[in-house]
Design a protein around this ligand. Structure first.
Ligand code: ZN
Length: 611
């Protein structure tokens, strides 16, 4: 009871929500004309009245039960359909992605003549979870001609060596795929690529092949991107294929698997025997690009290659004493990433650079194309966001930050392989570091809280989710960050719902809606409405459910025009919101049959028409 009073109080100034909630709670008695007249609804009704007509959530009727049973059967049927063995999606750590783009860019970029672009090749190391292949590292191997780079005996030797080291580490990591570039050639598998893939995929059908073309980093008109986001509580029914082509980061890569790893070469379908696999890049955000740019310019300023291949030194060979080179080449047991150099390949001279023509105002991956790859450091510092060379060395603060980011990535991976204990441990360490770094990094800290709280919720650790949500709320309140306060309530509310504390959960969700609205994040408001609708629908209250869905759609529609800067969830991208609205319209039409009141039906019909 108390919660309803609280809600009504809180909603006094929230016209949109107030309308929906009061209407949903009292659909039959509500004067439908009031819906158009935003100001009347609550004032014309006492709290008592509202309470007397409390929500259908608490009601149970035999009639409703049978409807529910039918629904359940429908869902079960659908579930069974979807239970066909699904292929593992792909999750790539940003660090691995970085190695791929840097190594590829070293041999093909806008400052090298296109005829001289070279293909590169490497392997992917990681681990499998129940439903995903997780790529933690990309280890460059070699570069070749303009296309169809092939592996030599030496490289197979390297691969064996790497596997031995991974075995010695004992963390269950292994070679999960390979990558190569198609500089300016577009993204596909050639005959040779299918052959390469075949040899790896026969013993491991989950084996993946990544193809990268740097020219695709640039433009959104070219679109073989298959970026997908991670399902989250905010996005529980996330459908991987929906986000195809719509992610703002154009990654320049595609990920392939073979249709049939045992196909024979005489099969007419041999060269088309592959398909594209949805993938996600963990940690690919504005921090990643800012960090990447700094690192890139630092490498260039020091005259170092952007990224080195396995057993290639991290500095120009001429800069190293002969003895050291010899020593490195003998180095068999060093950890990966600290490998010596034993390559007989030529160094490609990076061509004369062109200084950036129109430096961009903000850091983005577009800037990757504009970074001059050689040249005096002054030209580098002309690019916004890139530090002058004397400042390129990482400060202790930046190193700490790197450390925190690394811990977060490891935490994410641990969640993915169902090791929640280590995951939370890693996140706690990262949060501690971010906390020590002070208010300058408050945004990252808050993002990290959201991240870990959502992951706890997904992995069914509601109490931990609540703990992190509470901390998030407190920290966000300290800096007056309404958006993150809303996230805290949203996660808190969802955790309570999972714990079957429906009333209290609803209260937090409604709080979240108010906070999202104050923060100007209408996608957030819509998402909360959608969640609330789900609760009503699960309880067989189709009228309230449909009304909340309408409200959700109205907010999504507004969100398409007004994107909130902090709302980076891919479900909130305009194209995805449009799809969501269409799906919800379908749902509402379906529920209309179950609504008795003609007035409500007409109201819904009108709203649907306006959407
Ligand atoms: Zn190829």
């Amino acid at each position: 009871m108390k919660f309803l009073i609280n809600i009504i109080e809180k909603l006094k100034n929230k016209e949109e929500l107030r309308r929906t909630i009061s209407m949903a709670e009292n659909p039959e008695k509500g004067d439908l004309n009031d819906w158009k007249d935003k100001d009347k609804k609550i004032e014309t009704k006492s709290v008592e009245e509202v309470l007397n007509n409390k929500s259908n959530i608490e009601k149970t009727e035999p009639e409703r039960k049978s409807e529910q049973e039918n629904e359940q059967r429908e869902t079960e049927l659908k579930d069974n359909e979807q239970k066909k063995p699904q292929e593992k999606k792909v999750i790539i750590h940003a660090k691995a992605y970085k190695s791929i783009i840097l190594y590829a860019t070293r041999y093909a970029n806008s400052s090298i003549r296109q005829e001289e672009w070279r293909e590169i090749y490497g392997i992917l190391v990681g681990v499998h979870s129940d439903d995903a292949v997780i790529v933690e590292r990309a280890i460059p191997m070699t570069f070749g001609e303009s296309h169809d780079v092939e592996l030599g005996a030496k490289h197979y030797g390297f691969i064996a060596e790497i596997q031995d080291q991974l075995d010695a580490e004992g963390r269950g990591r292994f070679m999960v795929g390979w990558f190569h570039s198609h500089p300016g050639l577009s993204l596909f598998f050639s005959y040779v690529d299918v052959m390469n893939q075949l040899s790896f995929a026969q013993p491991n059908p989950d084996f993946i092949g990544i193809v990268f073309d740097h020219t695709y980093l640039l433009d959104s008109d070219l679109k073989p991107q298959s970026y997908s986001a991670h399902p989250s509580p905010a996005n529980p029914n996330y459908n991987i294929t929906e986000d195809y082509d719509t992610h703002p980061f154009k990654t320049g890569i595609v990920c392939y698997r073979l249709n049939d790893p045992f196909i024979t070469q005489d099969n007419p379908k041999f060269d088309t025997n592959y398909h594209d696999v949805p993938y996600e890049i963990l940690g690919l955000d504005q921090y990643f690009f800012a960090n990447l740019l700094t690192e890139l310019s630092s490498q260039v300023a020091k005259g170092r290659p952007l990224e080195t291949a396995y057993r290639e030194p991290d500095a120009p060979p001429s800069a190293q004493p002969k003895a050291a080179q010899a020593d490195l080449s003998q180095n068999q047991g060093a950890p990966l990433g600290d490998m010596g150099w034993k390559s007989d390949e030529r160094e490609i001279d990076l061509k004369e650079i062109e200084p950036p023509k129109e430096p961009s105002e903000e850091l983005s991956q577009r800037d990757l194309q504009k970074i001059p790859l050689t040249g005096p450091p002054e030209e580098l510092s002309a690019i916004p966001g890139v530090l002058p060379s004397e400042k390129l060395k990482k400060t202790p603060e930046e190193s700490k930050l790197d450390n925190a980011m690394q811990l977060i990535t490891e935490g994410k991976t641990a969640f993915l392989i169902n090791d929640s204990f280590s995951a939370v441990e890693k996140y706690n360490q990262a949060l501690k570091i971010l906390d020590e770094l002070g208010n300058k990094y408050i945004d990252r800290m808050l993002d990290t809280y959201v991240d870990v709280a959502e992951s706890c919720l997904e992995s069914k650790h509601e109490n931990l989710a609540i703990k992190f949500a509470k901390e998030l709320k407190e920290k966000a309140e300290n800096v007056g960050d309404m958006f993150q306060m809303a996230n805290a309530d949203f996660i808190y509310g969802n955790a309570l719902l999972k714990k079957e504390s429906t009333q209290e959960g609803l209260e937090h969700l409604k709080n979240a809606a108010i906070l999202y609205e104050n923060a100007g994040d209408l996608a957030g408001v819509g998402k909360v409405n959608e969640e609330i609708a789900k609760i009503y629908l699960d309880n067989g209250d189709y009228t309230s459910g449909a009304l909340f869905l309408i409200e959700a759609m109205q907010n999504y529609k507004k969100a398409i025009e007004k994107f909130h800067v902090k709302r980076r969830s891919s479900w909130a991208l305009p194209a995805n919101l449009r799809t969501a609205i269409e799906k919800m319209k379908e749902k509402v039409r379906k529920y209309m049959e179950k609504i008795d009141s003609d007035e409500v039906k007409n109201k819904i019909k009108n709203d649907l028409r306006d959407l």
